[in-house]
Design a protein around this ligand. Sequence first.
Ligand SMILES: Nc1nc2c(ncn2[C@@H]2O[C@H](COP(=O)(O)OP(=O)(O)OP(=O)(O)O)[C@@H](O)[C@H]2O)c(=O)[nH]1
Ligand SMILES: [Mg+2]
Length: 190
Amino acid sequence: MYGLDNNNNNNNNNNNDNNTCLIKIFLMGDGDVGKTSILKQFVDNKFDDIYQCVIGIDFRYVQFENNNQPIKLVIWDPPGQLRFKDITRLYYKNTNIVIFVYNIADRKSFINIIEWFEDIENFAPPNTYKVLVGNKSDLEAKRKVTHEEGEALSQILGINMFYETSAKDNVNIKEIFVGSVMNIIEQKDN
Ligand SMILES: Nc1nc2c(ncn2[C@@H]2O[C@H](COP(=O)(O)OP(=O)(O)OP(=O)(O)O)[C@@H](O)[C@H]2O)c(=O)[nH]1
Ligand SMILES: [Mg+2]
């Protein structure tokens, strides 16, 4: 399930442990929704108010253990402006998990999830595990998308998991990564 392999480390790391499970995760969504902030909060436990424009596709490695099984995540973070470009499609061609991110205070970013989703349906493996994330949940006063709408969209699209998060306040950030990874590992073991 979900295209998971053991022992498929590439040459970008020095980890030669054959038992390591490598999981590829791809963040996706409009510019300014908070993809880089979510990744930074997860990996570094930090949040910046200042928006830093990233030109290329960035990635981070995270390693942890589950029942003595080393798990390595490689998380790809493309800028939203690289929308539907062949270059980004190359990265999600062999992804295990896609995290679709919108901003709960920006309705357009929510509507655009449908287009991001269609691109994944067309170019990613059919068994890709999908997560929908409504970020910036701390901006309650500026909310333009209800929690129910997020949940409904995830059901309509057949998305596996839905969360509202705040990269700023560190709400549900660990859950989206660890929760989805644990789910695909359980599926694999069954
Ligand atoms: N209030 C609030 N602001 C956030 C949150 N997450 C990100 N931001 C802010 O939103 C802006 C954009 O965040 P980024 O993480 O750079 O957004 P992005 O999706 O990576 O944008 P691109 O790389 O252009 O696609 C920054 O000013 C962040 O500080 C959040 O949870 N709450
Ligand atoms: Mg970014």
